[in-house]
Design a protein around this ligand. Structure first.
Ligand code: 3HC
Length: 282
């Protein structure tokens, strides 16, 4: 099955990045947010990164114009009616995702692939909200979606081979490095990374080190491309806390529970880069 038109629902950090990956790789793409303001914000983010690619000589102006020309933004889900693949990147909560998938099933063609970019929620529970769970899979991108190559292609017990293979092939055509995995808590990367980042945050207080020194230690001593505090700021404290809670609920290990320091930061609205303040200021 060849996918020509792609829908992306939710155009926050991840959704806007995924929409850009899609238009850059030649796919007509319909992005949907709940307000014109949020659509405008996503459009200017995508335009900014495309302009940067032109300035850096990675893309011609003509390719940029063609990419932007493939992007349609809407507030109406009905405009996803002829999409062969829809990738959901809305709030990390089960009920809104389940409601959305039931709507998508009503709107999209019967053979459309409905994919969730959830970080740590159960893809099966999302699929159960539809009458075609065989068309529902996970497609988990990594932040920044434009830069990081990995996409986890997540299989539930009911996902069809055909839907998984088509999504895998689409991700490869989009220039990504997909891997296949099962619908187990945190899939592959987050199962490892979330508790590891929680350990890093606990070390701050247990060992009395500053976020600057912790990051300096892990970049210079362990070869991380960025330090753990900078990474949690990039991912977003709220997203990280949600993923920690989902993993903790599913697997019950203490180190999966979000550290108090992160819960306090979330309470204070210090959510990382997106609010201008997290472990560091931006
Ligand atoms: N969006 C788009 N492009 C971005 C970007 C963003 N948010 N951040 C950086 N870039 C681009 C830069 O523009 C730059 O391109 P350029 O050649 O045009 O300048 C290029 O990426 C490299 O950026 P920098 O030179 O600023 O810095 P680095 O070389 O250190 O790379 C990084 C930045 C790619 C973020 C790198 O530090 C990195 O890979 N960090 C680890 C990120 C990571 O682990 N992400 C996974 C998080 S877990 C997750 O997402 C799962 C979720 O479910 C929680």
């Amino acid at each position: 099955m060849e996918i020509h038109r792609v829908g992306v629902v939710g155009l926050g950090t991840m959704g806007a990045g995924i929409a850009q990956v899609s238009v850059q790789s030649g796919h007509e793409t319909v992005g949907r947010e709940i307000s014109d303001e949020l659509n405008d914000r996503a459009h200017s983010t995508i335009d900014r990164y495309l302009t940067r690619a032109v300035e850096k000589g990675r893309m011609t102006q003509a390719d940029k114009d063609a990419s932007i020309g493939r992007l349609t933004l809407t507030t109406s889900l009905e405009e996803l009616a002829d999409c062969g693949l829809v990738i959901e990147a809305i709030v990390e909560e089960l009920e809104p995702k389940r409601e959305l998938f039931a709507e998508l099933e009503r709107i999209c063609p019967p053979d459309a692939i409905l994919a969730t970019n959830t970080s740590a929620l159960s893809v099966s529970k999302i699929a159960e909200a539809t009458k075609r769970p065989e068309r529902v899979i996970g497609m988990h991108f990594f932040n920044p979606a434009l830069v990081l190559p990995l996409v986890e292609i997540v299989r539930t017990e009911k996902s069809s081979d055909e839907a998984l293979d088509a999504a895998y092939a689409w991700a490869e055509r989009a220039g990504k490095k997909p891997v296949r995995c099962n619908d187990t808590p945190g899939f592959i990367v987050n199962r490892i990374l979330i508790p590891l980042l929680n350990d890093c945050v606990r070390v701050l207080d247990e060992a009395g080190v500053s976020p600057e020194d912790l990051d300096k230690a892990m970049t210079n001593g362990a070869g991380w491309p960025m330090g753990p505090c900078a990474l949690v700021d990039l991912v977003g404290i709220d997203i990280h806390v949600h993923a920690s809670e989902a993993l903790h609920q599913a697997l019950g290990e203490d180190r999966m529970a979000p550290p108090k320091r992160l819960l306090d930061m979330q309470h204070e609205g210090k959510l990382g880069r997106k609010t201008g303040e997290g472990f560091f200021t931006y």
